[in-house]
Write a protein that binds this ligand. Sequence first.
Ligand code: PEP
Ligand code: MG
Length: 550
Amino acid sequence: MEKYTGKSILKEIAIGKILFYSKDEQVVQRKSITDTAAELARFEKAKEAAVAQLNQLYEKALKEVGEVNAAIFEVHSMMLEDEDFHDSIRNMIEGQKVNAEYAVAVAGDNFSRMFAEMDDEYFRARSADIKDIAERVVSILQGRQGAGELGDEPVILAARDLAPSETVQMDKSKLLGFVTELGSANSHTAILARTMNIPALIGIHTSETMNGKMAVIDGIKGELILDPDEETLFAYQEKKDEQERQKALLQELKGKEDVTRDGKKIRLFANIGSVGDIAKVLANDAGGIGLFRSEFLYLEKQDYPTEEEQFQAYKSALEMMGGRKVIIRTLDIGADKQVEYFGLDKEDNPAMGYRAIRICLDRPEIFQTQLRALLRASAYGNLGIMYPMIISVDEVKRIKDIVKEIKAEFDEKDIPYGNFEQGVMIETPAAVMISGELGKEVDFFSIGTNDLTQYTLAIDRQNAKLDPIYDAHHPAVLKMIQMTIENGHKSGCWVGICGELGADTTLTETFVKMGVDELSVTPASVLPIRKIIRETVADAANVANGDVHF
Ligand code: PEP
Ligand code: MG
């Protein structure tokens, strides 16, 4: 039995076998072979397995993100069946008497380069798809598994690092938990783990030797126990059962109102990264969606999602929520959320760099595509559009002008759209300080405490070394929240919190007393927060008397 200490992302327990995931560059060796027929058969078998994987991925994506987004896996299947691609591999195996891995890798490189040099933008973008399918077949030939395919048994995934785009592609039903060496507690991979309600530890030295071993993630202590003895395993199984019993008790709160003892109603909403998360929102009985991080639509693709693809995703979200509020945040790319096809320059200080609304206002064609999709979707439910990383009133005015232009075009062309609210995220100290002015321009504020803490305390949220002093309870952060709520209310806005701090049960009472109107939290936090709201006395007079202490 070995123990490793790390930083916990979710205070829960996971028990299961470890699957070590390595995304190191594929190393493919050229080997001479004599039995070409056997080698060709190996290739055919791997190809069939790849097609089966792609079909499964298609079915999963169809359920989670809709037909338009799932289509990429069909395209991959078709490419895999392409005759020219096959001939090239067959010729190499037969002519050069090389192993199948090598032939597939070389053919993949050649075809991918050929596509990359084409004039047509669509075909150029297919270059990455060819690389992807070649890597899939090579992985199967080498007996390795990618992050997307976790095998039949649910596992605890161990990796050196996981990117948000990799996490989003995983089959969540096969993931008991994950441990990584890199990443910080406030990174988006960590946030995804919380959204998916998956116990996770970071800062754990992971290695291939862990593969297949039994393990326990103790999210309360922040420990990974490898090869636990029988007694330890039994004790953890008991603890896990107890956690499940507590969760079952919370189920009784389903269908109950989010109202304080003295009658103040709070909107208790949930945060999501994709349409696939909505099942959890509904299962946990959230009153709406307070933050749909739309950038994950971009992260899981190899090219810009089209207006139609986005429209379908937003429309599904609105329809699935059946009239309940759905607040979709416009693209917040940059910093730790990098997408290759955006071609963003490497920056020395990306958190303070070219990200979110700055990219959208600088590259209006991307922003307009998203806004058009959002406006079209607004005809199908109760939409709120929210803009991230705002620092000035001028930015908001420019955004509203673009929205107005789209409305005018839609009116002229008879394209339907509905009513929708517009709001800004308050996640920079600048936005807090001018919240009085910003409030006159919008319908609501949503406080992004993850970035607000980062920028207020001047602590890079990605820097694991600084995790111990990344203190979201710092009085400066809490005063910023209070100021935003007060200024928002004075200028007629409702004010919510959608950063991770909104789910901190030790602060629920403080936020309610400050006058917060909405809390948007990971789906699994909805019922625990409902419990506290219903036990709290809001007593707004306390706030007016300056009687809220922190
Ligand atoms: C935040 O900054 O608090 C927030 C909700 O946005 P994100 O974590 O996606 O940057
Ligand atoms: Mg943010």
